[in-house]
Write a protein that binds this ligand. Structure first.
Ligand code: SAM
Ligand code: SF4
Length: 326
């Protein structure tokens, strides 16, 4: 098992399969984003070797993300191989859903268990402008196909940006009345490059809750406020689904963190919002033994920072969210 020096058992790995994306969400990356050359990204065999090493250290929960994981070549085969790796008990994906219309069923057949799909508004024009060119109906189709394929429970990630989609919060929450989905509102976080915009336009979870109370109803806090992953969960009266708040900025969940990240270029990132990373791909390519690599991972996990310092206005500037793997 892998522990950090604060006694947290770290067993959840989020893997960025690529920094590339077929959208350019305003809060995530610039329109003229430069992506890494494919040769710098972990190759399929390298991803699988690292997954195996992490399972040997007790990691049992894996999430594939990016960038956009579904644009990676061979995504179905990669999912199949990861799902078949002994020790992988939970395998999910965070995706923008654009390609799920055709990929949901093959991904499910390959062993993917669940998807979180990002959708910030139900207004096609605002969706198009927030993502810079996305088509809402493709994502909606992807959500329905995922549900049909059994990639459930479906979770919808909504990043709220003041002046862009804050007026859509009640409509997004309203989805939970009719659908057994978890609609999760995420406070926008600052990263390198785009931090000014991200800090100025953030909408706090307290404000989001108030928007829902004023426009819909009083949601009931579930599980005594215990986190489901990183989200605090509520339910509107009579709703089939739930709503969640991920309040990394105003109410961080660092004490309960069990996760580490693997960037698309093979770095172990110990905290989303801290720059500290440990290079795994270079020693793997240089022929390090698997036992040595395992020790590098263990030592890295031990040094996982306690938490982030967003409340003090400090954040990581060395990568965008899409490069780290959100
Ligand atoms: N492309 C996939 C997607 O959009 O779901 C996966 C990668 S994306 C970086 C993962 C999650 O991070 C998405 O739900 C996205 O909305 C969220 N995200 C991106 N930039 C963010 C930011 N600055 N603050 C908070 N969440 C952000
Ligand atoms: Fe792409 Fe996801 Fe970032 Fe949007 S949030 S630009 S879909 S990686």
């Amino acid at each position: 098992m892998a522990f950090d020096k604060f006694g947290r058992n770290i067993h959840y790995l989020r893997i960025s399969l690529t920094d590339h994306c077929n959208l350019r969400c305003l809060y995530c990356m610039p329109e003229d984003m430069t992506f890494r050359p494919n040769a710098d990204l972990m190759q399929d065999e390298e991803v699988l070797t690292l997954v195996k090493l992490f399972t040997e250290l007790g990691f049992d929960k894996f999430r594939l993300t990016g960038g956009e994981p579904t644009v990676r070549a061979n995504i179905v085969e990669i999912v199949r191989q990861i799902a078949q790796t002994p020790g992988v008990n939970s395998l999910s994906m965070t995706t923008n859903g654009v390609l799920l219309g055709k990929l949901a069923e093959p991904l499910k057949q390959a062993g993917l268990q669940r998807v979180n799909i990002s959708l910030d508004t139900l207004d096609p024009i605002r969706f198009n402008s927030l993502t810079r060119w996305g088509k809402l109906d493709q994502v909606w189709d992807g959500i329905l196909e995922s549900e049909k394929a059994g990639l459930t429970p479906i979770k919808i990630n909504v990043v709220v940006v003041r002046g862009h989609n804050d007026q859509d919060v009640p409509d997004m929450a309203r989805l939970s009345y009719e659908h057994p989905w978890q609609i999760r509102f995420i406070e926008m976080m600052p990263f390198g490059g785009n931090s000014d915009f991200q800090q100025k336009q953030v909408v706090s979870d307290a404000e989001l809750l108030e928007l829902i109370q004023t426009n819909l109803d009083d949601p009931r806090l579930l599980d005594n406020g215990q986190l489901d992953g990183e989200a605090r969960i509520y339910q509107l009266p009579g709703a089939k689904g739930t709503i969640g708040f991920i309040s990394s900025v105003t109410n961080p969940f660092c004490a309960a963190c069990t996760r580490a990240r693997l960037t698309s270029d093979g770095k172990l990132r110990l905290c989303l919002l801290k720059e500290k990373e440990v290079d795994l791909l270079t020693p793997l390519r240089a022929g390090a033994s698997l036992e040595d690599l395992k020790q590098v991972i263990k030592d890295g996990i031990w040094e996982k920072p306690w938490g982030h310092d967003l409340s003090k206005g400090k954040f990581a500037t060395n990568r965008t969210m899409s490069e780290i793997g959100g």
